[in-house]
Write a protein that binds this ligand. Sequence first.
Ligand SMILES: [Zn+2]
Length: 401
Amino acid sequence: MKTNLSTILLLFISCTLFAQETRTNKVLIIGIDGCRPDALLAAHTPHIDRLCENGTYSWDALNDRITVSGPGWSSMLTGVWPNKHGVTDNLFTGRNYEEYPPLFQRIEAYNPDLETICISQWPFIGLIMAREAVDTMYAIGDETHLVTEAAIDALKNRNPDLLFLHFDDVDHAGHADGFSAEIPEYIAAIEEVDEAIGAVMATLKARPTYDNENWLILSSTDHGGIGTGHGGETFEERNIFFIASGDYIPNQEIKRDSVQAGETWVYDYSRTPRVVDIALSALEHLCIPVESNWLLDGKSVGVTCQSVVTGIEEVKADISIAYPNPIKAGGSCYIHLEEVAPTTRLQVALYDLKGQKILDDTPFLNASNITLPKEMVAGIYFMKIITPDQQVRQLKLFVTP
Ligand SMILES: [Zn+2]
């Protein structure tokens, strides 16, 4: 990602004006209880791999020192650590959800018209964290396929803005046979959840309204494990994975930093995601303003609240990228809009995924070469083109290294 931009983008917009409608931002959270990142990497998980390929992910994310399910899911869904939400065990005693409510409450308080759905294999998440606020709670038995079937029903027959799924069989396999990439039963449980995710994602993408929706898929776990247990402070128990996947999420892996100290390497995890980042990323995607007096501990990772205009996919097909690159540094972008007179000026702005404007230009049409900023790195950008009659086109640019 650090290479200089060295590509010519040939941008050819030949389509006529397409209908512009804002897509509805929606969130799917896939929680996989007790799933160690190293085992996830060792397992055959094509569907989780696909989520990573379309987003930001980390195998070096962390939970805090209480690696127990009740506190773990509370941290994930409230966005604060146990010293605030108060949950330190699986009985949820001492919970302070009044002051630090889970995501379901936050969303419903912001806009009761948003539909929230909770499907949890471990019933306590539904009964204790979601029940009072959530629009729909599925009562299911303790099996992976029941989570899958309920999720498919929710995506087919309801219209969730937040759909939370909790899978528990990976944790069960860890307790029965061992939390380790070396344990075939543990790996098999992860692969079964991956298949479930495949079925859920296929249903999600088959929604009749999918083209008008902008889904963020978040996935993480509440803790890892060591031997056949968890709850302690070892790295194996604290290390979790973090995935934020979606069409407008930068594709990047967030790794720990490695520093050589004499003979050994020291790993610095201070910049990797935390379990509390899930709630904040979900709020950000739903464009729910986070108030400072909520005292949340997490941050949004790779997710920026943005309205996405439909028609982008249509335009995307018309972007061609010249490769290998004929120039060494900098690049240019040729814009041609057939239906606009060549003597008119366009307003062109380029934004990075954080919403930062990195280019402003007013080229003429039909002979319009826009010089791209030299410091531009490979990644995804948004280009906004405003024609003299104030028609706005937004499109996604893929810049390759
Ligand atoms: Zn757990």
